[in-house]
Design a protein around this ligand. Structure first.
Ligand code: NAD
Length: 326
């Protein structure tokens, strides 16, 4: 059934997501503070609105895809999104934000007589363009059931994780595993170098042994063993280090708020924050291997890249399109 969707935040992710809703036959009223983003969305069939509030006023569902929690809360409140929508409108926030902000957004929507779902995504720009994102949703069963067809039009997998904030919780827990495991894999390769162990030999053992993980077999931080990994293209992202730093910071906030003694999660947040502000600003998050290599005092003897193994797993492009990437 054709419905009217307001889509606010038409950036790298929101632009292609809104285009996929148009492709699924929905009427999409779009808004972004950056005119170029609005114009690009209009070219793919999104109807430009004069403001976010104007888009929400005529919609059945309001989807936001914004940089951070403060943008979502400002938009919901001061900028009049909740006030302008018809009573009972479903608000779906797909941005990656603090769990506490997500719960505050749910509460604000409910207080204004609406319904809400947090539904952050995994899969990156490649997944947004291909319509293969993974959505992690938090909110009531009814809200989830109503949002599901819209999310399915933009994604390959939609998981109901629990009540308000559960989608954001799933997102930051997953990315905390990823950040810690990328540092672990990178440290193992640098240790191998100092011991004179070839990258290929470590890869062939660890990829089929207990060291196996996505950071190793898909996004391998050294060039050679996984031909499609960003390490083979000078660490062009992929999943940019500043986005990993952002997600780990959200995880660190939640760890502190909950009094959870997760020392590796906090350390990973600290390492990625420094990396993203420095050498890693424009690089894939796997480039942190360079920092680890550079900061050691050992006798590093980097091993040359080896040819691809026939047993190498799928490239990131293949995996991002099935929604398994960050
Ligand atoms: P982006 O900066 O490209 O897009 C955000 C858009 O929001 C921008 O176009 C900006 O102009 C717009 N915006 C900001 N404030 C606004 C307001 N008040 N009203 C209207 N528009 C406003 O960012 P992105 O890469 O599209 O990421 C969006 C969200 O998705 C973030 O929370 C990010 O963490 C998350 N995310 C990104 C990726 C990725 O690979 N880029 C992957 C997963 C999740």
């Amino acid at each position: 059934m054709t419905r009217t969707v307001a889509f606010v935040g038409l950036g790298h992710m929101g632009g292609p997501m809104a285009a996929n809703l148009v492709g699924a036959g929905h009427r999409v009223l779009g808004y972004d503070v950056v005119p170029e983003a609005l114009a690009a969305a209009a070219a793919s069939g999104v109807e430009p609105a004069a403001s976010a509030a104007a888009a929400a006023a005529g919609a059945d569902v309001v989807i936001t895809m914004l940089p951070a929690g403060r943008h979502v809360l400002e938009l919901y409140g001061e900028r009049g999104l909740l006030a302008s929508a018809r009573p009972g409108t479903l608000f779906v926030d797909c941005s990656t934000i603090d769990v506490a902000d997500a719960r505050a957004a749910h509460a604000a929507a409910r207080a204004a007589g609406h319904r809400a779902l947090d539904a952050p995504v995994s899969g990156g720009v490649v997944g947004a363009e291909a319509g293969t994102l993974t959505f992690m949703a938090g909110g009531g069963a009814e809200e989830f059931a109503e949002a599901e067809p819209f999310l399915s039009a933009m994604g390959g997998k939609v998981v109901h994780c629990g009540s308000a904030g559960a989608g954001q919780a799933a997102k930051i827990c997953n990315n905390m595993i990823l950040g810690i495991s990328m540092i672990g894999v990178s440290e193992a390769f640098v240790l191998a170098e100092s011991l004179g162990l070839d990258h290929r030999a470590l890869y062939d053992v660890a990829s089929t042994a207990s060291g196996q993980c996505w950071a190793l077999t898909v996004n391998c931080p050294v060039p050679g063993p996984v031909p499609g990994s960003p390490a083979n293209r000078d660490y062009r992202p992929g999943f940019a280090a500043p986005l990993m730093a952002k997600d780990l910071n959200l995880a660190a906030n939640a760890l502190r708020a909950g009094g959870v003694d997760a020392q590796l999660g906090l350390k990973a947040a600290e390492l990625y924050a420094a990396f993203a502000e420095g050498d890693g600003a424009g690089l894939d998050f796997s480039a942190i291997v360079r920092t680890i290599r550079g900061s050691g005092a050992g006798t590093a003897t980097a091993s040359p890249a080896s040819p691809a193994s026939p047993a190498s797993p799928a490239s990131p492009e293949e995996t991002t399109t099935d929604g398994t990437a960050p």
